[in-house]
Ligand binder design. Structure first.
Ligand code: IMP
Length: 399
């Protein structure tokens, strides 16, 4: 079975935890786009372990972990992450694979990332690296294995002053990462043919997709479920299921429209309860009500029939909960200027105003919580397979 798990909003839906949960029964976990702009924190045996590039399947000793060709790799960040993981006992060993065709984030990518701050990027060099990829002047992982080719290419890309130290530094990275660099396309196809349980992990969120998000306020890759095919070299016909992770409200870090922004006092309460600060940059996230209009479009375009609803407990103290079901005038998703002008129309539900984090039986949840969950399922016409109701590892109820 091949499953894709994607965040359906602007990232930070609590996807990492769901991927961690599903990884337990997976033979293979693979990343297909983005880079060290993604961030996911796990608390393991009381230790805080942060993941940026390595699939969190690495915490299960028998799970194969893959970074696909669609990912852009900052070797320094990756080496630091692997070293840190090893400190906590998670060894990459012979089950960690990096695509030989994945592009490399270079220092000059980071230094020119969103200098004006117009997009509010994570400054990890993601956009400039993808620019070079599509400009056909990028450097790929395999080139680190062939220093003579790498040398010639790098000479054409940087000044003679910068060349030597950068060349030597990246050759060193190449030596460290060499054992992991592989033809991951062949491996993925082999494992799929062998009917392994395969989990494909989307980073960021579908509304940050370069083609289908709120352009230009997006990331530079395709978190779209289709990106899993191009980003790993597998056929669309092998994907059995796309599962969407939906946060019970909306959040956004960085610039760009978010029509369902909450009143400032409510937003502050949600930000603080939901710890809505960027995992990669620490920036406060903007918070808003659940946006059914955007979600419907995302579910349709990605083939999502099942969702996991996360962070319901963040709404515990709300006396009223709003759901945006319509925009006036109707939204034009392609132009942010029009998105900024549109007004959300809300349905208002009663809040449950009681803590729900310790409940483990769906039937025992407050009636208002169940009503909110069922309303979302009905409005989106989707099956909710699980809900997350607290930060504890076991605070997930499968429905
Ligand atoms: P970039 O991906 O660093 O180029 O940033 C582009 C936009 O995507 C910015 O608004 C970032 O804040 C946002 N972004 C990138 N990665 C993530 C993520 O993992 N979670 C949430 N937002 C993200």
């Amino acid at each position: 079975m091949v499953k894709v798990i994607v965040g359906t909003q602007f990232g930070d839906e609590g996807k990492g935890r769901i991927i961690e949960l599903f990884s337990k029964s997976a033979d293979v976990v693979a990343r297909y786009q983005g880079g060290a702009n993604a961030g996911h924190t796990l608390i393991i045996d009381g230790n805080t372990v942060v993941f940026h590039l390595v699939p969190c399947g690495i915490i299960y000793p028998n799970t194969m972990c893959v970074i696909g060709n669609g990912v852009v790799i900052d070797p320094e960040a990756l080496i630091n992450e692997l070293t840190n993981l090893e400190k906590y006992g998670f060894k990459a060993g012979k089950r960690f694979f990096i695509s030989n065709s994945a592009h490399i984030v270079m220092p000059y990518h980071k230094s020119k990332d969103d200098i004006t701050g117009k997009i509010g990027t994570t400054h990890k060099g993601i956009g400039p690296c993808y620019e070079d990829k599509y400009g056909r002047r990028g450097i790929r992982m395999i080139e680190l294995l062939y220093p003579e080719f790498f040398k010639e290419k790098l000479k054409t890309l940087v000044s003679s002053v910068d060349f030597q130290p950068m060349y030597e530094q990246y050759c060193k990275y190449g030596e460290i990462l060499a054992p992991y660099i592989a033809d991951t396309t062949a491996l993925m196809n082999k494992w799929i043919q062998e009917k392994k349980e395969v989990l494909l992990e989307g980073a960021q969120g579908l509304l940050l997709d370069i083609d289908h998000g709120t352009y230009p306020y997006v990331t530079s890759s395709n978190p779209h479920s289709g990106g899993a095919c191009t980003g790993l070299g597998i056929s669309p016909t092998c994907i059995d299921e796309v599962i969407g992770v939906v946060k019970a409200y909306t959040s956004r870090v960085g610039e760009g429209p978010m029509p369902t922004t909450m009143a400032p006092d409510i937003e502050e309460a949600i930000r603080s309860r939901g710890k809505e600060y960027g995992a990669t940059t620490g920036r406060p996230r903007r918070c808003g009500w659940l946006d059914i209009v955007l979600l419907k479009r995302v579910l349709m375009t990605n083939g999502i029939k099942k969702i996991v609803l996360t962070k319901l407990d963040t709404l515990d103290e709300m006396s009223k909960i709003k759901i945006c079901t319509k925009y006036v005038p109707e939204a034009n998703f392609a132009l942010p200027e029009l998105m900024y002008k549109t007004q959300p129309v809300y349905e208002e539900l009663d809040g449950w105003q009681t803590p729900i984090s310790d409940i483990r039986d769906y039937k025992k949840l407050p009636a208002a919580t169940k009503k909110y969950v069922e309303k979302i399922s009905e409005l989106l016409n989707v099956e909710i397979v699980a809900i997350c109701i607290g930060p504890q590892k076991d605070a997930t109820i499968f429905l």
